[in-house]
Design a protein around this ligand. Sequence first.
Ligand SMILES: Cc1ncc(COP(=O)(O)O)c(C=O)c1O
Length: 399
Amino acid sequence: MPGFEIFGDEERKEVQDVLATGVLFRYGFDQARQGHWKAREFEAELTKRIGTKYCHLCSSGTAALSIALASCGIGAGDEVIVPPFTFIATIEAVLNAGAVPVFAEIDETLCLDPESIQRVITPNTKAILPVHMCGAMAQIDEIKSLCAQKGLILIEDACQALGSTYEGKFLGAFGQMGCFSFDPVKTVTCGEGGAIVTSDKELYTAADAYSDHGHDHLGSDRGLEGHPILGANYRISELNAAVGLAQLRKLNFILEKQRAHKKAIRDALSKFSEISFRKLPDKKGDSATFLSFFLPNESDARNVAGALGQAGVDSCFYWYDNNWHYIRQWYHLKKLQSAAKLPIKLLERCPDYEKVELPRSDQIMSRTISMLIKLSWTEEELGQRIEKIAGVIRKYGPG
Ligand SMILES: Cc1ncc(COP(=O)(O)O)c(C=O)c1O
């Protein structure tokens, strides 16, 4: 995901503003900072964009997830329903909160299947944590209704889906809290960064405090601020916020380019009847960071994925074999291997993740290939890429 492809004078100017003052801290130093509040500005602009009332910028998407879980009161022993297709950070955040990840199946949206969620709800379920993978949406309206019906908290992991909408509303704005990542390979990057968004004042206040050792940020003397809760340090620096601010202002351009590039490749692939595409609950809202498609079976998908690599079509992912994004190869999770004893191990009902079976998700992921969509392709490069892809599918695809 390509924010870094378009670094320019805008990023340099924002960073220079910060360096010129020497104030890298996001709080205080009111005189010295000469009016530059990059983190605050970013928060105001993201809030406006997403349409929530509040936003808190923090040090990473993983931090955003931890902040969201803590602020929503999710902790020791609480069950959180998660998908098996996500970056492992989602699961780590739940474990580090002392909570219990419970896996439900994904469907052809590549995100949590609402029906499967229903089957794993127990009296200990406290939240549902759908992940809007690869730039597009889960069936978020159904998941939201399910949460309302069952009295569960909805936290959206929209780390990969900045700018994506469902029926005109931005992903991240459907639940109690939404989480974004601005790491170096996201749609918009801060270098490292993340954010939570919410329209609930109490949750925002808890998030703001939790991410800075519980500081209430009231008054003008940091040393005299109250600490209503214990927290952590998930602060972002002004330098990172400055990079992100310039990037965020390019989001419309990024989305437009991605959508045009994706459409060209998708149109070319739709001529192959043996290929089908990821289900998008709202096609118009896709941020188009990836094109994901299905081959009829695992063997065809493996052949095509391998041949794409050999033909020099870069950034194609066969997630089923990838050890970051799909549960199949999360051996560390299956054995609950961590640097130190995890709170989950103290539970009488500690789950055995080696026994988790998700046949539907396996069936879908083993047939899925995702192609990254880049901004920097020229028309000529895009055309060549399409020719190579079509050539591979003609030669190695089914039929
Ligand atoms: C779905 C998802 N959740 C969470 C994260 C964590 O974000 P970060 O790298 O900013 O900690 C990522 C990052 O890749 C992600 O893709």
